[in-house]
Design a binder for this molecule. Sequence first.
Ligand code: NAP
Length: 280
Amino acid sequence: MDRYAVVGHPIGHSRSPEIHAMFARATGQAMTYERLGPDPEGFEEAVLRFREEGGKGLNVTLPFKERAFALARSCSSRAGAVGAANTLDFRAEGIFADNTDGAGLIRDLTRNLDFSLAGQDVLLVGAGGAARGVLPALLDGSVSRIVVANRTPARALALLQYLGREGGLPQEILHRCVGCGFDALPPGPYALVINATSGSLEGEIPALPEGVYGEAMLVYDMVYGKEPTPFLKKAQALGARRTADGLGMLVEQAAESFYLWRQVYPDTGSVLQQLRSRLE
Ligand SMILES: NC(=O)c1ccc[n+]([C@@H]2O[C@H](COP(=O)([O-])OP(=O)(O)OC[C@H]3O[C@@H](n4cnc5c(N)ncnc54)[C@H](OP(=O)(O)O)[C@@H]3O)[C@@H](O)[C@H]2O)c1
């Protein structure tokens, strides 16, 4: 049995073991998948110990994605662009880092939700790790313009600077991005509004101008739950045409990690359905 795990702090809430167990069953892979929840100061030691004990790879979640990236000897271009890893692959030549969050979001939007990104204006709300992870993939999806709006505007600007300087995104691509606070939003409409803040976890909704919801073709929250999140409830009340939560992104980013490790792409549709029914 090959061993994998997800590492984070806290980790008890993670659905990744369930998702990977379903993928493994469906594709006939002989593997186990567990949770690791080291104290924050013990992250590196926990990763290296898991590897020494024969572990084959890890998923990485809050707050360790940057430290996971720093531990790796080599990385994919999509992890290099954002300086953070949600997937580690333990290879003979050293640890390889990848970041599948952006691809997971794009697959959920384009395949599960049938939303075409090309030529669209996108409002990305939040400038933390989740926003950073998905921004290059959204830009690759040929969107026309991305506005990154954050409660702390300086963090939105710093994110765009980071992607240009450290992430190596060309200036002509970065020119399609604007960073700002909620009260300085350039006029819409935005076809797609993505909430990449953690506000929904505490029932807090970013203070966006109310008109953005009714103008959007799709309002998306990376947080997910049994009920629509507070952000999605507000969007529905203010006339959003379609809303979706982040459960599909969670399953799709997991499938990308699974593929990296096992070279087999699992069927995500049935897993997403089962997971949704378990939430209900
Ligand atoms: N579905 C998935 O697969 C998936 C994948 C990755 C992440 N996520 C989710 O995405 C969320 C964000 O994760 P993260 O890694 O980016 O966290 P993070 O690095 O801690 O960043 C948090 C972000 O939320 C903003 N924020 C927090 N409370 C807010 C409030 N009350 N009003 C407005 N903005 C608020 C912060 O703004 P300031 O900068 O002003 O503090 C910051 O932009 C988490 O809930 C996570 O579970 C989901």
